[in-house]
Design a protein around this ligand. Structure first.
Ligand SMILES: Nc1ncnc2c1ncn2[C@@H]1O[C@H](COP(=O)(O)OP(=O)(O)OP(=O)(O)O)[C@@H](O)[C@H]1O
Ligand SMILES: [Mg+2]
Length: 301
């Protein structure tokens, strides 16, 4: 569906509460903003496909040395849904995302307590195979990071690590993953060319395809569109909507319209705390917490 973003109220949506005092003559900037957020939220997915909890964080505290970056964060992620994490710079969004596949293990001096579960099993329990965990919980970073090798080898990398050697099987995975990331048609004749020759938007979709190739159950995306132009952003958003049918997706974004457009749920972080998390349609039109309202209306952050 082509992306439309207008300030005209959408007749199809019931008028939710406006967050600012109405002005009879001309809408104030924050009213226009509220209207545009409602329009963006009206494009969000309808009902979650499932209500089962795929991942859950309970009372997660995280310290970098003496500095506490997460404070008692608890959140549930529903299977086959998109959750957006928003909040000002430095509030702990990436830190929290990394807790969901133990990427923080790689950071020296980082200590975490509390629990994070995947299908009810604690990721931080003794004996958990972290390599296998990161195959089940894939990650796409802000900056596309293709390996300096061919497009084909980039995608086949993870499956090869898992021991798949058969060229035919690998070829099928490469095609399937590139199709899944909406990149196949653009690169199918260039699979043996270096991935570094792709555009930024194509590189980001390549990284998504590489994550899909290990057949993850959860996909974590840290500002995946921040370096992309609007058309590539739109492609990645469309892709997320399609992937939602099979994956549990958690995305960090600074783009609140994007969060409103693509996500089922949104969580607002501030100073290491998850202030509020709920249905995106409500978060962007009628948040429960004053701090959320102040942030989404641009009063701070
Ligand atoms: N590797 C690290 N070592 C020490 N401190 C860190 C490290 N990574 C993050 N921090 C600190 O933890 C806090 C949260 O950082 P984090 O990167 O999670 O924020 P963020 O919400 O993702 O911000 P942004 O929107 O700018 O990406 C910040 O104060 C940051 O300085
Ligand atoms: Mg970050």
């Amino acid at each position: 569906m082509p992306f439309q973003f207008s300030t005209t109220p959408n007749a199809a949506t019931a008028p939710p509460k406006v967050m600012t005092q109405p002005n009879p003559t001309q809408p104030s900037p924050s009213e226009s903003f509220a209207v545009s957020m409602r329009n963006a939220a009206s494009q969000a997915p309808a009902e979650p496909i499932s209500s089962a909890i795929k991942m859950s964080a309970q009372d997660v505290d995280l310290f970098y040395g003496a500095k506490q970056a997460l404070k008692k964060v608890s959140a549930d992620f529903t299977e086959r849904s998109i959750t957006a994490l928003i909040g000002p710079s430095g509030c702990g969004k990436s830190t929290f995302l990394r807790c969901l596949n133990r990427m923080n293990d790689l950071i020296e001096g980082c200590k975490i307590s509390g629990a994070v579960t995947l299908d009810g099993e604690n990721l931080y329990a003794r004996g958990v195979d972290v390599v296998q965990l990161r195959q089940r919980v894939g990650m796409v970073f802000q900056k596309p990071n293709p390996f300096p090798m061919t497009i084909w080898d980039n995608i086949a990398y993870g499956p090869r690590l898992r021991g798949i050697k058969n060229k035919g099987t690998l070829g099928e995975i490469v095609e399937e993953s590139l199709q899944g990331a909406a990149l196949w048609d653009e690169v199918k004749d260039d699979l043996k060319k270096s991935a570094l020759g792709l555009s930024g938007g194509q590189q980001q979709r390549l990284c998504i395809a590489r994550a899909l190739a290990t057949k993850p159950e959860v996909l974590l995306m840290d500002e995946p569109c921040s370096a992309l132009d609007p058309i590539s952003t739109l492609k990645v958003e469309e892709l997320m909507r399609e992937l939602r049918a099979a994956y549990t997706i958690v995305i960090v974004t600074h783009n609140m319209q994007q969060a409103a457009r693509v996500s089922d749920k949104t969580g607002f972080f501030l100073l290491g705390e998850l202030v509020e998390m709920g249905a995106s349609s409500k978060m962007f039109t009628d948040p429960s917490d004053k701090r959320t309202e102040d942030y989404i209306t641009g009063r701070f952050g």
